[in-house]
Ligand binder design. Structure first.
Ligand code: ATP
Length: 472
């Protein structure tokens, strides 16, 4: 009979140690439990090496991330699962930067934890220790505890370490730019520039020179050389917002540049090579734009190496009180006004709002309230005038979507949007898929089951996301 595989569980919380060790023993593993990092390290120094370690982050003495560093220094191939109740980007990125195998958000499902351990063992290919980047000073910028946000923070922490192209999708104001900044800030490129360009905000005739630069005299009005955003971002990250609005001719040029990794400035003869990580964002359903002939399918594949869908605020209403309190305190500080507090009823009212403008709308509302609401407590009455369009919904019972759909359709019809049925159908599908994936922490199989679809169908609908080499 073979020896059971030895696992170590390190957590100062007795209850977590107990339930986790018991579940893992039930699953057939030999488990050593430690209440602090020092005891685990002492054991390691005796020459005993476990097959896998699961450690908490916050503990008296050395925390889990310090333990991770020391374990990795002694045993680079040892898989370490880091667990924490604090799932923010700084913690997840810190863990993955330190070489963590996986990040487990507390509270966790025991079956999930055991399944994670099973997937981690045996470790067939050695994992290279990632480059250590400077710690982020401001990693807590992205606020959120909803399951979809925790999953997002884990994805950011992991993706920050590899220069793959990322496509961030989500409604307006959901934090797409903030996510792009976090991916850059936590990456080994953090000391190099983060350059953002909103494709929709630049007139199409200027966009090419804005992206790739131009030489003096390249066109009327080009009096001197202009260095484009690609060059400005060399060594760092280029964030292209509203990519769905990029004119067709430029899509073709962008695709070529991404494929070849080099380009000429407009009117230039010198071949420019840059090393840029590209992050694109859109609030539009790109697959529908492809179907409608407005976006190149090959460019979509190139950008869509990894997709990060951001949930709308109304689907994570549990995050609203924390966000609102932070925005209100921040606004008061910036406006040098006394700090106010929301009443509980006001929080409930905010949670019942439909938030078409998402986090940005909430942030703007808090600035208005910081400046205008009388008294030091903000009640439902103070919100009554500011949230006129609110559609009340009780608890977690969502509002119906047919009315907003009808308003949207009328608006599109007025704008003569082509292929409206195809566009609406694709948006409907995308919204369902995004919701199901967020609900299932990104597990396609579970999402397919939840929607009553086959796994192959959901994979097909999500589109093929071929792995592409980044431009270098
Ligand atoms: N999770 C979050 N925590 C804290 N602030 C957030 C969060 N998400 C968004 N915000 C804030 O909301 C505002 C809008 O965010 P951001 O500009 O990143 O959204 P966006 O999705 O890029 O919007 P758009 O599509 O309109 O460009 C910003 O002020 C940002 O700081």
């Amino acid at each position: 009979m073979t020896e059971p595989v030895g696992l170590w569980v390190v957590d100062d919380d007795h209850a977590v140690r107990y339930v986790l060790a018991t579940a893992l023993r039930d699953a057939g593993y030999a488990v050593e439990a430690f209440s602090n990092a020092a005891d685990a390290l002492d054991m390691l120094h005796t020459g005993t090496v476990p097959a896998l370690v699961i450690t908490d982050v916050r503990m008296p003495g050395d925390g889990g991330l310090q333990l991770l560093d020391k374990l990795k220094a002694a045993q680079p191939q040892l898989p370490v699962i880091v667990m924490s109740a604090y799932t923010d980007v700084a913690s997840t990125a810190g863990a993955f930067r330190g070489g963590a195998h996986e990040f487990l958000s507390k509270p966790f499902d025991l079956d999930e934890a055991v399944a994670l351990v099973r997937r981690a063992l045996p470790q067939p290919t050695p994992v290279a220790t990632p480059v250590i980047a400077p710690a982020a000073a401001d990693g807590s910028l992205l606020v959120g505890h909803a399951p979809a946000m925790r999953a997002l923070f884990r994805a950011i922490g992991r993706l920050a370490q590899v220069p793959l192209s990322v496509l961030v999708t989500g409604e307006t104001g959901t934090g797409k730019e903030l996510v792009a900044r976090a991916l850059h800030r936590e990456s080994p490129r953090a000391t190099r520039p983060f350059v953002a360009l909103n494709t929709a905000a630049i007139p199409s005739e200027l966009l090419e020179s804005e992206l790739f630069g131009h030489e003096a005299g390249a066109f009327t009005g080009a009096s001197k050389r202009h260095i484009g955003r690609f060059e400005q971002a060399d060594g760092g990250t280029l964030f292209l917002d509203e990519i769905g609005d990029m004119p067709a001719a430029l899509q073709t040029r962008l695709l070529r540049v991404l494929a070849e990794g080099e380009f000429y400035r407009v009117g230039g003869r010198e071949l420019i090579r840059v090393d840029v990580r590209l992050i694109a964002a859109t609030h539009q359903p790109l697959e529908a734009l492809v179907d409608a002939g407005r976006f190149r399918a090959d460019l979509l594949h190139r950008l869509n190496v990894v997709r990060l869908p951001l949930p709308p605020l109304r689907e994570r209403s549990e995050d609203i009180p924390e966000l609102a309190a932070r925005f209100l305190a921040h606004a008061a500080q910036r406006l040098q006004l006394p700090v106010k507090q929301f009443s509980n009823a006001a929080f409930e009212r905010l949670q019942a709002h439909a938030w078409p403008g998402n986090v940005r709308e909430l942030e703007n509302l808090c600035w208005r309230l910081a400046a205008l609401a009388p008294g030091d407590s903000i009640g439902v009455q103070d919100l009554a005038d500011t949230l006129p369009g609110a559609v009340a919904h009780a608890g977690n019972v969502a509002v119906s979507w047919t009315q907003p759909l009808s308003t949207w359709a009328q608006q599109q019809l007025r704008q003569h949007t082509p292929e409206l049925h195809a566009l609406a159908k694709a948006q409907f599908e995308q919204a369902l898929l995004d919701a199901a994936l967020a609900h299932c922490d990104g597990h396609r199989g579970d999402a397919a089951q939840a929607l009553g679809l086959g796994r192959n169908t959901i994979t097909r609908k999500l589109g093929s996301s071929r792995k592409q080499a980044p431009i270098s």
